[in-house]
Ligand binder design. Structure first.
Ligand code: C2E
Ligand code: MG
Ligand code: MG
Ligand code: MG
Length: 281
């Protein structure tokens, strides 16, 4: 056990631990190269109005196109990027790419970008958001930053101040994965979020658990009374769509409407929607 070992103590690791540490270090190096070498790409998943089934926004989701392992999902490498501090330049790259993509899309589409705790805590964060908006020409009101509760757990005052600064500039702030942390509701009192994204675990359990639909209903009610838009994540079936619509949520995101897609595929979806009748500006 390395834990508790004093300075200068020789630590003996289990062979497989050593292996694990080595593989992780290798991955860390590869990730650094991927970021500078253009091997990261953004896919975009539609955020859809539950009533009209029209796209209102797109969430940027990063992928790593690995030469041997194919497309690697963020769940595999975002934690490593967070541990190594690489999340700051990686997050900045995501922000710039996403704003540039959105600036090419029609003005009625917003763009949602995930922000890690470490990134938000980084002193230059608000300035880097402004720089990304300025460089792309995207209106601040079209940018939504997605924050999870864990972000607010650390350095709360500093983080809240940064969020307030961004919000004053017109950027919107969403609470992501609502209901998975310890104190989701208390954070709604501390910061005026623009949107609550109800975690997909509640939708997954909809058929099996009466509690899940009661919780969705309660959160939608809470959002309505606070003037916060509610979106339900992970809608995969028509039955789930009907159920969350019945609870009064305004937006959804999920494989039923569309998985995350490449920019070229999104161009096609947006063009089809623009060509459709009755598109509100
Ligand atoms: P998230 O922000 O909650 O994003 C939604 C995740 O749910 C995405 O996974 C999406 O593909 C998945 N999803 C959407 N609809 C469905 C559905 O109907 N069924 C199922 N089973 N899954 C669905 P993805 O792309 O693997 O991203 C995972 C997480 O990685 C994200 O969760 C976010 O926390 C993080 N992430 C992704 N891109 C970035 C990034 O650029 N920066 C940071 N800091 N985190 C990122
Ligand atoms: Mg998100
Ligand atoms: Mg989420
Ligand atoms: Mg999630």
């Amino acid at each position: 056990e390395a834990k508790g070992a004093g300075r200068g103590t020789h630590c003996v690791f289990e062979p497989q631990m050593d292996e694990h540490a080595r593989a992780r270090r290798a991955l860390e190096h590869e990730l650094r190269d991927a970021l500078t070498g253009g091997a990261l790409e953004l896919h975009y998943q539609p955020l859809v109005d539950l009533g009209t089934r029209r796209i209102k926004g797109l969430e940027a989701l990063v992928r790593w196109r690995h030469p041997e392992r194919g497309l690697i999902s963020p769940g595999m490498f975002i934690p490593i990027a967070e541990e190594t501090g690489l999340i700051v330049p990686l997050g900045e790259w995501v922000l710039r790419q996403a704003c540039e993509a959105a600036a090419r899309w029609p003005a009625w589409v917003s763009i949602a970008v995930n922000v890690s705790a470490l990134q938000l805590r980084y002193r230059g964060f608000a300035a880097s958001v402004l720089a990304a908006l300025a460089a792309s020409g995207l209106a601040a009101a079209r940018l939504e930053l997605e924050i999870t509760e864990s972000v607010l757990l650390e350095d709360t005052e500093v983080n809240l101040e940064t969020l307030h600064t961004l919000r004053r500039l017109g950027v919107r702030i969403s609470m992501d994965d609502f209901g998975t942390g310890y104190s989701s509701i208390s954070y709604l009192r501390r910061f005026p979020f623009d949107k609550i994204k109800i975690d997909r675990s509640f939708v997954r359990d909809l058929g099996a658990s009466a509690e899940s639909s009661a919780i969705i209903r309660a959160v939608v009610g809470l959002g309505a009374s606070l003037g916060i838009t509610t979106l339900v994540e992970g809608v995969e079936t028509e039955a789930q769509l009907e159920a969350v619509r019945a609870e009064g949520a305004q937006e959804m995101q999920g494989f039923l409407f569309s998985p995350p897609r490449t920019m070229a595929e999104i161009d096609v979806l947006l063009a089809a929607q623009e060509a459709g009748a009755g598109q509100a500006a």
